[in-house]
Structures are given as structure tokens and as C-alpha cells.
Write a protein that binds this ligand. Sequence first.
Ligand code: RRO
Length: 316
Amino acid sequence: MNPATSEQPATDTVDLSVQVGPLHLSNPLMTASGTAGLGLEMEPFFDLAEAGAIVVKTLTKAPRHGNPMPRLVETPSGLLNSIGLPNKGIDHFIEQVLPRLAGHASCLVINIAGTCTGEFGELASKLDGLPGVDGLELNISCPNVEGGDLPFGRDPDVVHRLVGDVRSATALPIITKLTPNVSDIAAVAKAAEDGGSDAVSLINTLLGMAVDWRTGRPGLGTVVGGLSGPAIKPVALRMVWEVSRSVAIPVVGIGGITSADDVLEFLCAGATAVQVGTTHYRTPDAIPRLAAELSRLLAEEGRTSARDVIGSMRTG
Ligand code: RRO
């Protein structure tokens, strides 16, 4: 604000739009898969078209019940989950949900997970060309399946092959969602890029656990689960920075975003867009709030476009 005139900076002249590969987003704010249901559940809180993109909860080929309770534990500044991909299966989604959802979001991204590498291509071809579907997010990083992390997401050779299979099965834009539970996330991102992914999103949750020493019981039914929320933001920022220096495709940052400053930090570190997740449980209308706040912060700094912040971090 200019103290001499007390004029408000003109927020309506700030351009929030970004380009995630072939996907044009009106702002950089996407919902993180699993925190906004199948999209329609969020409609009491905001108009889905206000989000840069809606990403739905992971869909699998066969219906799944999910993991044994308890599935959620709060930790300092974080949330541990072991949900286990409960869903009614891709066919139910296509027949019963998509017809009601199509056209509500300005960009709709369907998150899919296969139980083996070949299943990803099968799921992708089912969604190819369906009205209302704008892109796919490949969940190769769920921490809560039997035996721990999906092995697909940890091995660059497997990731290269899996993404290549999906690339041959669909013309839809592909975002590959990466696990942080590896020693070299940039190598996995490069494999996704070489396989034909249009973008990568990171990070999925960090493996963690909770225990009650008095009862001797673990906090989660599966003992180990995935940690999200502000507690993981510094780890996510570090990985976004590492990956954005290693690939040419856009990076979508995920991890503990609760404020517009958080969003701009991810953009500064190299993300082109972000996903907003755990904060939805406290603030289900976080997306429109953050969009308004983003415009205000950028205008205050005399910036006219969110794109100018992308990758603007200077070292040395
Ligand atoms: O459903 C889950 O347990 C879950 C999934 Br699919 C994921 O990708 N990440 C996560 O933390 N939980």
C-alpha cells in the first residue's frame, strides 16, 4: 500500500494464470488428491471453477474398502494417514460421478493408481477422450498399500516404463505424482519426463508413525502411514527445488501449504503450480481465500503476474 495516498494496489490487474504443460490454469491452486473427495463434496464451500484445477481422490480399477481403523492421527503441525485408497472403482466413477462433475471445474484432473504397472495404461485408456476430463495424475507414490510404499514410484526404470505405457494409452496430459521416500527424487522425476510425462507433482506423504507408549498401541491401524501438513513443507520445498533444476517439464509443488506466502515460496523455489491438501480439513474454502490473498500479496509488491515468481529464487 502507498502510505502517501493510501491507495489499495490494484489486485484485479494481477494475472494468476499458469501453464502446466498443455493445461492452462486460471490460477496456480489445485486441490491435492484425497483432500477434496471426488470434487462435488467441495461445492458447498466454493465454486469448483475457482480452483486452477480439481484433482480427485485416487481411483483404482477394482473397488477398494481401504485400510483398517484408525486411519488418521494428528501430530504437531501434521497429519498422519493410512486411508488405503478406498473407492468404488473407475467404472463407477465414469458411469455415476463424472456425468455430474463434468463441466463444474475449470480443469479436472483424474488421479489413478494401478495395482501393477500395466494397470495404469488400462485406467488411462478408459478415461481417454471422456468429456470433462482434462488430465491425469498418476499416483505412483501411495504410501498406504500392503507392503508399504508402491514399489513403482521408487525405481526410475519402472517409472520410465510405466509412464511410457500411459503415454501410449492416452492423449490426455499426464502429471506424475512422486514419492519423497527415496534418496534421489530428481532421478525419478527425470525418468517420468523421459517416459513422456507432461509434468510432475511432489511430494506425496512422508512415511511416518505414531505410538502410545502407555497402551503400547500404534496410532494407525497399519502402524506406518503418510505424513502431510505444515510439518513437511521444508522437505517439500527442498525437493521441488531439486527437481525443478533437473527437469524441463513443469513441477507442481505439494506439502503443507496453508497461506498465500507458502504458495509463492513454492513458486519461487521452482514450482509452476501447487496443490493444497491438508489445510482443507480446517479451511474447506482455502482455495478461493488463497487466490484472493495471492492477488493482494503480488499487487502489494508491484507484481503483475504470478508467473514472474516461478523459479525466481537466487542462490549465491
Ligand atoms: O489413500 C491413501 O491412503 C493415500 C494415498 Br492414495 C496417497 O497417495 N497418499 C496418502 O498419503 N494416502
